[in-house]
Design a binder for this molecule. Structure first.
Ligand code: AMP
Ligand code: MG
Length: 479
């Protein structure tokens, strides 16, 4: 099937009118297509979009419509940096409808009822980041919204300086956020809460339909999914940066990529968001913040789910799910299969050693995946070697207790320890080229983003070490 042939439905518009604002896309001037993720296209059941790009561009720019499409923005509230904001909503995102279980949404498509002081636009810089990162997260096997295509334009957009407007066509099985529930809770619209919960169950957790206690079960599934995603973030070293409740998907997938970062050097205290002065959303705080956000969700659901029961579920399910997913992923990264009594100690020791060593997190594990006892190969990438050397001595001893051969173990490790990770400095290089209308690096990064565990000999330049001045930099959240 071609993109042109897609037939959309708009189930969200069957909800009460208070849930959305029907709004048209405001086209950008002189739009041009920058990149298409053919891999994301498969989700919609479309083959290559090569012959279809003119139409794709027009649809993204609001100049043409897909069959059945009706455009709208969704309302929601949210806790931003701990403070409740009763009315947010899609201020620059416009939904087109749904096909194959994916909701199509344009980010940067113009003003909506919820734009507040904003201009409804997204700049090229942040759009490249969101486009590539959505696909990279998927490539790493972590639940996320996807990105089908990215367009640029000649439209001027004011930020700290003048920039150009862009639009990403995003896909997600749901765009409902914790904040969507908070919106109706704060307005005392409890019948709408139930209407939304029924919608979410039908859309995301259909196996719960008609079950007893389904709203509690929906909450429990949200808790489980969120804990799983955050545990995976922690294992790959991803710092989201803006874990406000409006940026938390009800089905627990990663959404709304802003000033995110992958750790360059391992530092649990790292804060990628420049405006987050208190470090609320620091790397190490992410599991605790997810828990806090889920408490807010429990409160928002309290008119339809017993609050104390929900909190008890949260208490029980979050910790166990998080622990299991996180330790399983970390042990797999370390290549440990045959559990031993002191594994937890060895693992904690490793994190401490990494923290003291000043070492690239991703590269450390990739090197560990090829480690054959020559400690120097790993120690050479650390600034401070002693703590890591002592740990490697213990690791050497521990490996003797593994039953698999070194070759078998390393093969598995190479499948969980990515070679290619979208570090900010490399994204920045791609962005600078894109400013000069050279999008080749965006394309190269898309290739490795989708297959990060494989070798790509012709794209080796994307793995050069982070220059000193870019290590664990903080990012502006202007976008
Ligand atoms: P974010 O931090 O990007 O998740 O955005 C938080 C809220 O601000 C959401 O309701 C967005 O829709 C809104 N917003 C962010 N940037 C803009 C913009 N340029 N124009 C309108 N609304 C925006
Ligand atoms: Mg957001």
């Amino acid at each position: 099937m071609k993109f042109t042939d897609l037939k959309l439905t708009t189930p969200y518009l069957s909800l009460s009118p208070i849930f959305y604002d029907k709004v048209a896309v405001t086209p950008l001037h002189k739009p041009f297509l920058i990149s298409v993720s053919q891999d994301a296209g498969k989700l919609l059941g479309i083959g290559t979009t090569d012959s279809d790009v003119a139409h794709l561009l027009k649809v993204i720019n609001g100049e043409e419509k897909l069959a059945g499409s009706e455009s709208f923005a969704m309302c929601y509230a949210g806790h931003q940096f701990g403070y409740f904001v009763p009315r947010l909503g899609d201020g620059r995102a416009i939904n087109l409808g749904k096909v194959n279980g994916q909701n199509l949404q344009l980010k940067g498509a113009g003003l909506t009822l919820y734009s507040r002081q904003g201009d409804g636009r997204a700049v090229l810089r942040s759009s490249i980041r969101e486009y590539l990162m959505s696909e990279a997260m998927h490539g790493l096997g972590i639940p996320t919204s996807r990105a089908l295509a990215l367009i640029g334009s000649d439209t001027d957009v004011a930020r700290e300086r003048w920039e150009k407007g862009a639009i990403v066509l995003r896909l997600s099985p749901t765009w409902v956020r914790f904040g969507t529930f908070e919106y109706f809770y704060a307005k005392d619209e409890y019948d709408k809460l139930q209407e939304l919960a029924d919608y979410v169950i039908a859309e995301s957790f259909s196996y719960l339909q008609n079950q007893e206690n389904r709203y509690l079960k929906m909450y429990e599934q949200s808790v489980k999914n969120t804990a799983t995603t955050i545990a995976m973030w922690q294992s790959v070293g991803f710092n989201h940066g803006v874990m406000n409740t409006d940026n938390m998907s009800i089905d627990g997938r990663t959404i709304d990529y802003g000033p995110f970062a992958f750790l360059d050097i391992y530092d649990k205290d790292y804060v990628c968001n420049h405006t987050d002065r208190e470090g609320r959303y620091s790397f190490k705080n992410q599991p605790g913040i997810a828990y806090w956000n889920l408490q807010q969700l429990a409160k928002a659901l309290s008119p339809i789910v017993n609050y104390d029961t929900a909190l008890a579920v949260l208490d029980e399910v979050f910790g166990t799910t998080y622990e299991k997913v996180y330790t399983d992923s970390m042990y797999a990264k370390m290549g440990l299969e045959n559990a031993q009594e002191n594994d937890r100690e060895l693992f904690q020791w490793m994190l401490g050693a990494l923290q003291s060593a000043t070492i690239d997190y991703t590269l450390f594990f990739r090197k560990l995946s090829r480690y054959k006892g020559n400690q120097k190969e790993i120690l050479d990438i650390a600034v401070y070697q002693t703590p890591l050397q002592e740990w490697l001595d213990a690791y050497d001893k521990r490996l003797e207790k593994e039953q698999s051969t070194q070759q078998e173990r390393q093969k598995k490790m190479l499948h969980v320890n990515p070679k290619y990770i979208l570090k900010n400095y490399i994204l920045q290089e791609a962005i600078e080229k894109a400013y000069k209308h050279d999008f080749s690096m965006v394309q190269d990064l898309l290739t490795v983003a989708l297959r990060p565990f494989e070798e790509h000999p012709e794209l080796e330049y994307l793995t050069k070490p982070t220059p000193m001045e870019y290590k664990n930099i903080k990012l502006s959240c202007s976008s």
